[in-house]
Design a protein around this ligand. Structure first.
Ligand SMILES: Nc1nc2c(ncn2[C@@H]2O[C@H](COP(=O)(O)OP(=O)(O)OP(=O)(O)O)[C@@H](O)[C@H]2O)c(=O)[nH]1
Ligand SMILES: [Mg+2]
Length: 242
């Protein structure tokens, strides 16, 4: 049985930074994880790929993803740093195919969706971030964990708290305050959608704190049942501990 995190989220949300911090954290613990960078952009495309090329892109990526998996063992813990292009996990089924592939290889996979905490300062941005997360959740059909990244940039933690487990009513009134009355109905539907899926449930991540990284990791490990067979106990950490 192998374990894998699929780290996704909008461009610049902090995926690569999270991956390297996680790697260092595990290194300190003496725990082995492997990072796999799934961004083929640097190697293959130095230009935007148009929609006509999607088929072509897909075929190439399947082979390329296969190559990335070579050399890893069936019981490894892998962390896939995905590119920020949202269409890779929504319009194009390539990431979904990759997930199927991992499952066939007996990997327990969890989607780790990062959203920049700066998005929370603007409820419209926040909602769009939630929708992108929801879309990934539906497309990938994986256990899913939402993370609010870059918490070190948040000066007042109270501002963010209500967005960690937001209520539809709060979102709705904030959306209505910002937008013209014609959007009232749409806002209501959006807020309800977010509420219905009860997917909007973010764990704050402050990379300056080892305890915060550990807290996030514990949640993910739980999700993919890592450590349940072994003697390793998944400890619960208080993110506000230090
Ligand atoms: N202050 C702060 N900045 C961060 C943090 N994480 C990432 N950044 C910064 O945010 C920018 C984007 O970070 P990346 O880790 O490259 O984001 P990404 O999601 O991998 O971006 P793409 O691969 O382009 O989608 C960089 O300038 C980082 O230095 C964080 O926890 N705190
Ligand atoms: Mg990156």
């Amino acid at each position: 049985m192998g374990y894998a995190q699929l780290v996704i989220g909008p461009a610049g949300s902090g995926k690569s930074t999270y991956c390297s911090s996680l790697y260092q954290h595990c290194e300190t613990l003496g725990r082995t994880i492997h990072m796999v960078n799934l961004d083929p952009a640097a190697e293959h495309f130095s230009y935007p790929v148009s929609t006509e090329n999607h088929r072509h892109l897909e075929d190439n990526l399947d082979d390329w993803l296969d190559e990335q998996l070579e050399g890893y063992l069936d019981d490894d813990y892998l962390v896939f740093d995905c590119p920020g292009q949202i269409e890779l996990f929504t319009h194009v089924p390539v990431l979904r195919n990759f997930v199927e592939h991992l499952k066939r290889k007996n990997f327990n996979v969890c989607a780790v969706y990062l959203l920049d905490s700066q998005f929370v300062s603007d409820v419209t941005k926040y909602i769009s971030g939630c929708m992108a997360s929801l879309s990934a959740m539906i497309q990938l059909e994986l256990p899913h964990i939402n993370i609010l990244s870059k918490m070190d940039l948040v000066s007042n933690k109270k501002d963010v708290e209500e967005y960690l487990n937001p209520e539809a009513q709060v979102l709705l009134s904030q959306l209505n305050r910002q937008m013209a009355p014609t959007f009232g109905k749409l806002n209501k539907s959006l807020a309800e959608l977010v509420d219905d899926y009860s997917m909007v449930n973010f764990i704050p991540l402050d990379l300056r704190k080892e305890s915060s990284i550990q807290y996030v990791l514990s949640h993910i490990d739980n999700c993919i049942q890592y450590g349940e067979d072994a003697d390793v106990k998944v400890r619960d950490f208080d993110p506000e501990e230090d």
